[in-house]
Design a protein around this ligand. Sequence first.
Ligand SMILES: NC(=O)c1ccc[n+]([C@@H]2O[C@H](COP(=O)([O-])OP(=O)(O)OC[C@H]3O[C@@H](n4cnc5c(N)ncnc54)[C@H](O)[C@@H]3O)[C@@H](O)[C@H]2O)c1
Length: 370
Amino acid sequence: MARVLITGGAGFIGSHAADTLLSAGYEVRLLDNLTTQVHGTSRKPPVYLNPEAELSIGDVTDPLALDRALRGVDKVLHLASAVGVGQSMYDMVSYVHTNEVGTATLLEALAKRPVARLVVASSMSIYGEGLCQDGSKALVDPSERSSQQLRNRRWELQDENGGPLTPLPTPETKQPTLSSVYALNKYAQERLCLMVGKAYGIPTAALRFFNVYGQRQALSNPYTGVLAIFAARLRNGRSPMVFEDGLQRRDFVHVLDVANACRLALESEHNGEVFNIGSGQSRSILSVASDLARVMDRRDLKPLITGKYRVGDIRHCFADIEKSHRLLKFSPRIEFTCGLEELADYLADQIADDHVERATEELASRGLVA
Ligand SMILES: NC(=O)c1ccc[n+]([C@@H]2O[C@H](COP(=O)([O-])OP(=O)(O)OC[C@H]3O[C@@H](n4cnc5c(N)ncnc54)[C@H](O)[C@@H]3O)[C@@H](O)[C@H]2O)c1
């Protein structure tokens, strides 16, 4: 069976992808630098790592580490990234270095040592606002909300005449609108891999993940996924903090479905394609905060609606998964309530340091939260 290298393989999605691939009979090697923000200052390999996976501790920006990690590898799943949208707006050098220089370093190594397939993690953040329709049902690619609109706390998207817009599932054909350094990084990673893959004859696919949730997401990292952030607050007896009015909509997809999508993309023969990986359903952030409090038995901790906004945040985006269903045979299986209940069981004995207020202050001190 083929050997797969997963960069960032000790992280949340990478560790689940490793389990899925090992169960399917692959050999798996992980390259990970055990970043402190994700793995803590001890930088010990996480206990959840599958012992059958070979861990190579090293940095994706280090050509020697890559050279070692790529020996005998048939396919690559490139997940290593710095992942915080807000943090990327001030820690720019580090984000561009890890995400863009890291991807370019991997590609230079692959140009010397080509593999049979490359799959790269992209993100829904590249879309900016999701697709919408106006009152006459015409499709609209909404522009970013103006600072004035946000200062006036008018959160909803509007058409040019001030009419309301209704969000629709966003297909891969929507033009990217890059509103954070992280979004720019993810788009650069996706384009670099598709372009260099084509030039060197390495069949490549990019997966645009939506909001992934589930066990093992770093709870003490205040820049990670919104559900992990809410969970860390609730575990510490604090209300989840919700930006704007909480009615912004996102697409939550379970990490086991995402791990399966990674396997399907590694096994597919479709070359040069991008695929949305989401649940295809939308939920408001406010409802998700309440649902999580309920399954964690903390109904008393009502979501705190801050009425503040983060620069570069979008209002609504959820996935149209028709293409990934048609070409990859991807079908998300884990229903949201079941996924949340499983997450709550896992959280019951996790320690979560809550750094959310500190992270919000950090953003506010730079004018990135208002
Ligand atoms: N989790 C989500 O909701 C989501 C959504 C969209 C896209 N993605 C993408 O999926 C991928 C995996 O994300 P995740 O949620 O598992 O994040 P994660 O932070 O849990 O995992 C990332 C892993 O990469 C490692 N890493 C970071 N910098 C590295 C470097 N320079 N060299 C080697 N390893 C390095 C970290 O130590 C970590 O183990 C990322 O590319 C991310 O951008 C995630």
